[in-house]
Ligand binder design. Structure first.
Ligand code: NIG
Length: 396
């Protein structure tokens, strides 16, 4: 997903029954700023024109999309794809009533440390391709299954070969066998030093059984001093300080947000920190669904992401997450699609993806349906007809 093609030729895409632009400048009451009977012109890897087909300019080539809906590629702002091993038995136990706990992460740490670079690359290649084939054109992924300076650096480097947004999550859990104080010192010193040139973001799992408020704050402040942007896993399994800390420190996103107080909701509504909900994870861990409706009503910016990982959310399907957000969390289709495109872009502080506007990267998701409504109206049906990334078709 890291090698955009840039050809100079212009391509006119027609036969678009419904174009989701997410363009705030189009005005109107539709959150998705949709254009019916639309056309798009792509030049090189960028969007050069959008609007009604009747007004479309000429181009070097023409592609007829056959009356389908087109939306921005998904911006999946939360995944954990540098891993080896399998946790089927943990999932089976959970479905039989066992609770999800942070301790399962260690199973994946052991398998990941034992894997060769080539094995980890093969997994990354497969998972990233699977996501792309389903319309995910921007993907964030995290380290966090290495938990030593050398292993976290290895994970960051490998992730950077496949995705454009890499996050250091050395503060996932305390490394197996380590003393918590010693491990915190390692995070703040040698581990951060090892990864800092290889990642854009730092993340902390601020949770009972992982890192408490003081340790989370120390890691986030050190990462901020090192020039990294901040992300937080917060309020996933219990109420806690994660959301408050993320807002206070200006994190780009706080993710999970299942257990929120009124003060947490107010803090998110009054800050630039995006609340990222992970519907597939909520269902797979049998946690209360994150209160996405309440967050939107309060004025917070909400993103939807897959949290694709082998423990708590083993799916790369953002479409499934969108359908779940509509059918179970009370979002409208427009709100959910916006959260998984423009919302994901906001969570990554990106303005070049998540919208189909002039100058944006030409990342397009073509549905085998006339409207994005079908994403929730036909849940579970694979609706991706084609995906374009950086101006070139990758499937279809
Ligand atoms: O985002 N919550 C912490 N980390 C991951 C889970 C990773 C795992 O269970 O392996 C998450 O859900």
């Amino acid at each position: 997903m890291n090698t955009p093609r840039a050809s100079g030729a212009s391509i006119l895409l027609t036969g678009i029954a419904e174009l989701t632009t997410n363009d705030p400048e189009r005005g109107g009451s539709d959150l998705l700023a949709r254009v019916r009977d639309a056309a798009v012109v792509v030049e090189g890897d960028r969007i050069a024109w959008t609007g009604p087909a009747a007004h479309a300019p000429d181009a070097d080539e023409r592609v007829d999309l056959g009356g389908r809906a087109v939306l921005p590629g998904w911006v999946d702002s939360h995944s954990h794809l540098v891993f080896a091993g399998d946790r089927t038995s943990e999932f089976e136990a959970r479905m039989a009533g066992q609770p999800y706990a942070a301790g399962g992460i260690v199973t994946t740490v052991t398998a990941t440390r034992a894997a060769s670079d080539e094995e980890l690359r093969a997994g990354l290649r497969k998972h990233v391709a699977e996501a792309l084939a389903q319309g995910t054109t921007t993907l964030e992924t995290k380290t966090g299954y290495g938990l030593t300076p050398a292993e976290e650096l290895r994970a960051a480097r490998l992730a950077g070969e496949f995705v454009e947004e890499v996050t250091w999550l050395g503060a996932h859990v305390v490394a197996p066998g380590a003393d918590p104080g010693d491990y915190l010192a390692e995070l703040l010193g040698p581990q951060l030093d090892a990864v800092r040139g290889h990642v854009r973001w730092a993340d902390v799992f601020c949770e009972t059984g992982a890192f408490d408020e003081d340790a989370s704050r120390a890691v986030l402040l050190a990462a901020r001093d090192a020039g990294l942007g901040l992300r937080v896993h917060g309020n996933q399994l219990t109420p806690g300080p994660g959301v408050r800390l993320a807002c206070e420190l200006g994190a780009a996103s706080v993710d999970h947000v299942n257990h929120l107080t009124d003060a947490d909701v107010d803090a998110l509504a009054g800050s630039a920190t995006v609340a990222t909900v992970l519907p597939a994870c909520d269902i797979s861990t049998r946690q209360p669904l994150a209160p996405a409706r309440r967050l939107l009503d309060a004025g917070a910016t909400v993103a939807i992401a897959s949290n694709c990982n082998p423990g708590s959310s083993w799916t790369s399907s953002v479409a499934f997450c969108v359908a779940t957000a509509v059918l179970q969390m009370g979002l409208t289709v427009a709100e959910a699609v916006h959260a998984a495109t423009a919302g994901g872009a906001a969570a990554l502080r990106r303005t070049d993806v998540g919208r189909v506007v002039v100058g944006a990267r030409a990342d397009l998701h073509v549905l085998d349906a006339p409207s994005v409504t079908h994403l929730a109206y036909r849940p579970g049906v694979p609706l991706t007809h084609a995906v374009w990334r950086a101006g070139a078709p990758v499937r279809g």
